[in-house]
Design a protein around this ligand. Sequence first.
Ligand code: HPA
Ligand code: ZN
Length: 340
Amino acid sequence: MTGTAAPDTGIPDVPKAELHVHLEGTARPALIRRLAARNGVALPAGLFADEETFAWTDFLDFLTTYDLAASVLRTAEDYRDLVHAYLSECAAEGAIYVEMIASPDHARAVGLPEAEHRAGLFAGIDDARTDHGIEGRILVTAIRNLGVEAAERTAREAAALAHPYVVGFNLAGDEAGFPPAPFARAFQVAHDAGLGCTVHAGEHAGPASIREALALPGVRRLSHGVRAVEDPALVARLAEERIVLEVCPTSNVVLGVYEDYAAHPFTRLRDAGVLVTLASDDPPFFGASIGGEYGVARTHFGLQDDALLDITRTALRAGFLDETTRRDLLERLGSAGSAL
Ligand code: HPA
Ligand code: ZN
């Protein structure tokens, strides 16, 4: 022993799991630059504020910048590198499992066939497991502002191209402008195909969006869902029905859903018995990371290591992964291995 203390990174030393991160939103500016150069594409104007920072103002402008960044991803190799880079970062922060929300519409927009898009995603998952022992899975997402028909097409394609790494279906994009109910058929297709279903709700719209989301076929988790706190009966229902929230505190604060961590409802929801997990949403855009969110939960919400481990356990039980992998990962926490 040298007696040298480990550096304090602010990241709690517990195994972590993440259920909510937009894959195209994990690319740091340096990676976007490298892929653009490799593909011989010009960097879109207005993408960066400076070397290290994407340029955006509010949520809808963020979605536009997000699309610009994603537009430099052109090949299977790009998606492989993206997944590998992100999972490597997560593993370095102690994560053992990550569900990545991937958008076939963004691949289609640059002419990348879905089979190639997927081949890249799957290679990244395999290579990260080999290099770091981390598990990753894919949630296919529809983009609500592209409309109901596009969402149904995305769900049908996901159902037709069944693969053990593609485990779920989500609905992202402009939540306030495009409420959940019209997307019921897309969710029915995904649910019938055995995909786990989750939907962005209760972030940019209030409790009504959550009730609508819960009426969609197969929805057992909510991407955010934090604005349930505005409706005590809904909070009680989430607890009673064991609906799991994918909570992204830093994203919520940076996007102005809450003024600061002290105003964030994480503690109120958890104390009311709602099952909560932690996630980063769009890491470089929001200055977030899965390790950082566990740090936020310790520093701002007062969770000690045993409570943080409980969060990881909840995430693994609510994950849409196969039971064998779930059991193996839960055993790494010293826990028995059942789904919620
Ligand atoms: N929210 C909703 N849609 C998105 C996001 C997000 O954070 N990132 C990419 N699409
Ligand atoms: Zn999100």
